[in-house]
Design a protein around this ligand. Sequence first.
Ligand code: HEC
Ligand code: HEC
Length: 240
Amino acid sequence: MNILFKLSPNLSAWVISTIFAFSAANIVFAVEPFGVEPGDPEKGKVTSGLCQGCHGEDGMSASDDFPRLAGQHAAYIRKQFSEFNKGVRYNTDTMMGVSQDSLTAKQDLYDVAAYFASQKVMIGDKLDKDVSKGRNLFFNGNPATGLYGCVNCHGENGKGRSPGNEVFPVIGGQHKAYLVKQLKEFRAAALSPQDPDIVFKEAGSGIEMRKNDPAGIMRNIAQRLSDEELDEVTDYLSQL
Ligand code: HEC
Ligand code: HEC
């Protein structure tokens, strides 16, 4: 069981129970399926040639079209990849296609995830602007709207929580455009039942939604973010 990095004053019982539930779920994550080895980064380096074309040789993609995978948790990488494959995360036809056509052997996915996870953790570019508002949101959230500080789950500098907890992804040092896209997709998914203007569209057209966060944990967060806050917090995250 992991110790919370920092408890914000308004951390509700809901968040606490969710965090602990997922710390427990993480133990289940760690149990390898029968016949699959934990993952060999050396083999993964070779097997991930296709992925490197978009995500960068060491997972530090230069283009903000492609998220960085450098130092991302291996179990998180496997979860996302499998969910694209199964259509549970359907935001992009790119990864849905890639996941259908590649790494069909479970062991290959373990190796590739181990390779990217073993790289030096992603690092952003310093921005020539004041990011103090975003920093404040990251640490303290917004008590007026019940928004929790991201640090509670994403850890110090957004580099994920304590070692061994792979449920909460690394987001510090990720591309801004990618962070914005994900938060808007979580938010659209949370608001869609109330907002008839937001309609789920097939991948690549119109507003897309992301619903693969366990227990709606990120949808709950994202729906509380205003456009301005979303911009500020992603500025802060992208330069960590
Ligand atoms: C043609 C370009 C392309 C290739 C090749 C590609 N990806 Fe991706 N990948 C993307 C894009 C674009 C996204 C962002 C999807 C979105 O916006 O939701 C993504 C997202 C991901 C994510 C989710 C990251 C996160 O932070 O949640 C993972 C994991 C991933 N890719 C793994 C892989 C692996 C493993 C391979 C190789 C088998 C691969 N990708 C090959 C374009 C690519
Ligand atoms: C209560 C815990 C919790 C809090 C607080 C939280 N997150 Fe998350 N976040 C998660 C989990 C869990 C995921 C992984 C979802 C999945 O498995 O698909 C995630 C995923 C994300 C992603 C997608 C990452 C990727 O690589 O695709 C972004 C972006 C994100 N969070 C941003 C934030 C921001 C910004 C805040 C603060 C305003 C925040 N989160 C607060 C739990 C949390």
